[in-house]
Structure formats: C-alpha cells, structure tokens
Design a protein around this ligand. Sequence first.
Ligand code: GTP
Ligand code: MG
Length: 203
Amino acid sequence: QDRSVQVKLVLLGEAAVGKSSVVLRFVSNEFQANKEPTIGAAFLTQKCRLEDRVLRYEIWDTAGQERFHSLAPMYYRNAQAAVVVYDITKASSLEKAKTWVKELQRQANPNIVIALAGNKIDLVQPSSTSSSSDSVDAEDEADDATATPGENGETGENLRQVPRDEAEAYAQEAGLLFFETSAKTGEGIVEIFTEIAKKIPIE
Ligand code: GTP
Ligand code: MG
C-alpha cells in the first residue's frame, strides 16, 4: 500500500512564464525549448522524499492565458500548496504574480503554503560565449548600474527586469517562500517542492 501523504498543489502565473516547464523539470527532469501553451490545466503527480517522510504531490498546472482565468478557483480550491511563477525578464509578470497571491490569500485555504518562483534565471547568467569584449568594457561601465535591456546583446544581467532583492522583499512581506529558478538548467526547481513539503503539517 502507498502510505505517503497526498498534497494537492496548484501552479499559477502569467502565460509563458514557464509553469509547465517547471513541472516537467520536477516530474521528468526534462526541458522543452518550445513548449506549447497549456489549455485549461494539466494534472501530474510526483513523489517528494524528505528525511522523515514521503509526500505525493498531485499537481494542477493551470493555463496562464487570460481566457482561462475564471477556471483557476477550481484548481486552487482545497489546494494545500501553490507555486506562483513569474519571469525575471518580464516585470509585468511579477505584477500578475502579486494579483494571484492576493486572490489566493482571499479565496484559497487559509493554511495554504505559497511559494513565489522567479523563473528563467539562465537568461541573465553569463553565457560562456559572450565574455571577452564585455570585460574590456567593464572598466568604463563599472559605475553604470542603469544599463538598458538589450544594450549588450541577447543574454546577460541586462535582460533582468525584476531585481532579486525587490521580489524577495515582497515575498517576505507577503509570507511566501521565495526562489529564483531555471526550468532550463534545473536550478532551484527541486528546492521549491522540498521547501514546500517541509512546511506541510504532518497529519
Ligand atoms: P501557459 O501554459 O501558457 O500558461 O505557459 P507556461 O507558464 O506553462 O510556460 P511554458 O512552460 O509553456 O514555457 C513558455 C516558454 O518559455 C517555452 O518556450 C519554454 O521553453 C520557455 N521556458 C520555460 N522555462 C524556461 C527557463 O527556465 N529558461 C528559459 N530560457 N526558457 C524557459
Ligand atoms: Mg503551461
């Protein structure tokens, strides 16, 4: 018999921030570069092993497109945990995440454990191919903290639109767990689910 505790978890967030990719990484340790938008919602399960117990996540991966917004309460109702995802290269997606958090705090289970995940950090990490010319310029631009996005090419810290400190301060104020993640590299993904698991009360 499977005696593991079942935990119902919902993912919410703006379209294309990477909700399905986060789940795919967690459940299958895979990544798809051109993942299709979710229609309605998808259901997946995955076990999560802690030192002292095993949980079985029942995951509802919702669709971020606005036309599906009204379906969300069906998925977060009775959820014990929620992962609200934004894209660190898109400031509007953090604003959307904040509205989801407010909705959860008003309408969901009052004991729900909520994690905020800033996804796609791989896009702001230095890539191995774009170093030399940047480092020559670095002296001149050392004091330029306001470099505009796109100035130095496609990747790099200049693509970041949401400072880590700002999102982390918001998360702390709102009582959320906080992570920066990459579904592409896998960074931070397992941590979301294990830290949530630690906060789920033992029955
Ligand atoms: P909806 O289902 O429409 O709400 O979107 P979603 O939030 O599920 O996003 P999805 O996982 O479909 O990802 C959208 C696009 O972003 C896809 O092309 C993914 O390959 C890409 N993507 C997701 N996560 C990451 C990431 O961590 N890094 C990078 N570079 N791309 C990512
Ligand atoms: Mg999706």
